[in-house]
Design a binder for this molecule. Sequence first.
Ligand SMILES: Cc1cc2nc3c(=O)[nH]c(=O)nc-3n(C[C@H](O)[C@H](O)[C@H](O)COP(=O)(O)OP(=O)(O)OC[C@H]3O[C@@H](n4cnc5c(N)ncnc54)[C@H](O)[C@@H]3O)c2cc1C
Length: 318
Amino acid sequence: MRSIGILIEGKDGTVSRNSLGAVSAARGEDHRLFALVPDGAAASYAGALSAHGVHNVVDMRFEDEAPAAFDPVRQAEAVALAVGHFDLDALVGVTSAVGKEVLPRVAAQLDAPLVMDCVEIHLADNTARKPLYSGKTVGLVQLTGSTPLFGLRPNVYHPSLAPEETRTVSFAVPPGTDARLRVRKILEPRQEAVDLAEADIIVSGGRGMRGPENYRILEQCAQALGACVGASRVAVDSGWVPHTMQVGQTGSTVNPRLYIACGISGAVQHLAGMKTAGLIVAINQDPEAPMVKNADYAIIGDLFEIIPLLTRELLRSG
Ligand SMILES: Cc1cc2nc3c(=O)[nH]c(=O)nc-3n(C[C@H](O)[C@H](O)[C@H](O)COP(=O)(O)OP(=O)(O)OC[C@H]3O[C@@H](n4cnc5c(N)ncnc54)[C@H](O)[C@@H]3O)c2cc1C
């Protein structure tokens, strides 16, 4: 019997879809699953975790005064302690904003091997497949050494039900001694934060949008599609949209069913974050743009004509 830990993320009392996907990916006939919940919401998550096959929900209780549950350094310390305490054989998480902060720190503390951005994992032989060279190829990686860590690319593994009898275990995390990083205050985002990693459909805009005011037409299109709005780094660096909307190497890695790139050229750093999307549609004036070459469908023309037309058509057809 192998014990597999899963680093759980969630929001407003609901487990993230990607964490439930990670639980589903970690299941195996001889696996006992430990869901590590560092954000204090174990009681709210327990039902969903149980329905997806978790045997033990580990309610991590920080004894710090500061809100340690939101401190990646403390989270990593706590997860590393839990790996030892529950004698876990492997740890699975998501290559999300939180996962990128926490998983490498856990690996460093445990001196354990880590592979991020996996599109396939096999816990039986500790192998994983992951895109390499900005998505130009896919590599097969074998992790050797104790307690391998796997960060899954978002939206690759979908949640599937497999109800289990689950118990919740409280795990006390002693106060940290290293004060190099401390969370003092948590500021709520000014606007509703978008979780691109969870999105099924993304409509993204780049330099071709020409300014922040024009994102309105993308939002209208996204609303008609039930999609999230993303952006290229140029749009973020120009101050048109917040960094939470950036897709790519230095933004979010996304894996939606449909990705519509509007006025985005398709630089390798952008492609690295979205190339595995199920269906890519490029809207671009330049038929030679790399995004057009990487797309399943391309609409060559002016996005200011095409997007409103598309939105109107979507609304008309319901
Ligand atoms: C270390 C590093 C990390 C990076 N990380 C990222 C990252 O995470 N994400 C990211 O996106 N970039 C990243 N970049 C930047 C990247 O190299 C590109 O500069 C950037 O992606 C280009 O953004 P863009 O496609 O919006 O702009 P451009 O490359 O300028 O492309 C604009 C496109 O819009 C089209 N267009 C213009 N007007 C219209 C119109 N009216 N209708 C239709 N099409 C139109 C043009 O034909 C063109 O193809 C990174 C760069 C570095 C060096």
